[in-house]
Write a protein of this length. Structure first.
Length: 364
């Protein structure tokens, strides 16, 4: 008896059922063809019916083959393997657990049976973490792991902090934005702690505003009532923080430029006597000529040299000039001595001139 013909349209059978039907149709085609060959003198009608039946079965087989190829979808794209979990610090266990679960979920078609998943989880551990799994991963263990999820849960009991939520809430309460910190960095810390502490969504907006710096709070206060969500508040604070930092950087550049180019005005001495250009030179007599101050005046007392002349020794003990006898300068700086020397030179020059005039006269 020929099998019933399938209705046209997409098949609702599973791939395994379609494969079974295809195998049965191919077997029936082979049987009918063998029957035709074994008959010595088949009638024309029998031959036509057999050929028609064989064609129908062959069409059904081709349709099943086409549907089976459509039902077979390609494997999912392989995502990168998570790093090895060793001590729960680098990477952290929370990060590793998220990555390993994502790998098993996204590439589920790469793991045909549960044993494949268990093998993969074990291969993504090392060091202490693998030593924790090894006793129960062994086939001869009295309490072996049955699923990959059992292995992840067992590692969670070792590396996860049972008081993680409470500790995160304590840190969240003391969180405040630093003046040297950008809002982007602070917002990242805020969201991380809020997620770990499981802060309700309705508390995030007022908490975020309370933890800002005073300068940023004063700037955002005029528009705070119009920002209904924590995201809108975060976006506004990010824009304001960037603007404030640009203004501060510009102000610092102006201050630095003013400091580098500015000069302090000279301090005028109220007791100093102003000098006038081209003023007539004041002449002094011998008695009125002021003595020049020696550069060594005002130095602490030091041992005086010894002189054989008592008068000279007395002047030395008093710190007086050997030329004029006045204190406050040395003999080499004495104006009177210089003047006397100049006068002496003039006298010598005058006498020399007179002698030249006399020697130049001719005898009568």
């Amino acid at each position: 008896m020929a099998p019933a013909r399938r209705p046209a349209g997409p098949s609702n059978e599973s791939p395994n059922e379609a494969i079974q039907d295809l195998a049965a149709a191919n077997a029936e085609i082979d049987r009918l063809r063998a029957l035709l060959v074994s008959q010595e003198t088949p009638s024309e009608t029998e031959t036509m019916n057999s050929n028609r039946l064989a064609n129908v079965l062959e069409a059904i087989a081709q349709r099943l083959t086409r549907e089976d190829s459509l039902n077979r979808s390609p494997k999912s794209t392989k995502i990168p393997d998570p790093p090895l979990l060793t001590d729960g610090k680098d990477p952290t266990f929370d990060s590793w657990k998220l990555q390993i679960k994502g790998k098993l979920r996204t590439n589920a078609d790469h793991f045909l049976v549960e044993e494949d998943k268990m093998t993969y989880v074990f291969s993504r551990t090392g060091g202490d973490a693998q030593r924790h799994l090894q006793p129960r991963y062994d086939e001869e263990s009295k309490d072996p792991f049955l699923t990959a999820e059992d292995m992840i849960i067992y590692l969670s009991s070792i590396y996860e902090d049972p008081h993680k939520v409470q500790n995160a809430r304590l840190e969240y309460r003391g969180l405040m934005m630093k003046t040297s910190e950008t809002f982007a960095d602070f917002h990242t810390r805020f969201l991380h702690l809020a997620g770990q502490a499981r802060i309700p969504e309705e508390d995030l907006r007022p908490d975020l505003f309370d933890k800002l710096t005073l300068e940023l709070q004063r700037t955002a206060l005029p528009v705070y009532s119009t920002l209904r969500t924590v995201k809108s508040l975060a976006d506004e604070c990010l824009s304001l923080d960037q603007g404030l930092r640009r203004l501060k950087a510009r102000s610092d550049r102006l201050k630095a430029r003013t400091t580098s180019t500015g000069r302090n005005p000279p301090v005028k001495d109220s007791n100093a006597t102003p000098t006038t250009r081209n003023a007539p030179t004041r002449s002094f007599t011998r008695e009125q000529t002021p003595a020049r101050t020696s550069p060594r005046e005002g130095t602490p007392d030091r041992p005086r040299p010894s002189y054989p002349d008592p008068k000279t020794q007395a002047l030395s003990d008093q710190g007086a000039c050997f030329s004029c006898g006045k204190q406050g300068h040395f003999s080499k700086d004495c104006v009177l001595k210089v003047r006397d020397q100049a006068l002496a030179v003039q006298e010598v020059n005058a006498e020399s001139g007179n002698e030249s005039d006399e020697s130049g006269k001719e005898e009568p």
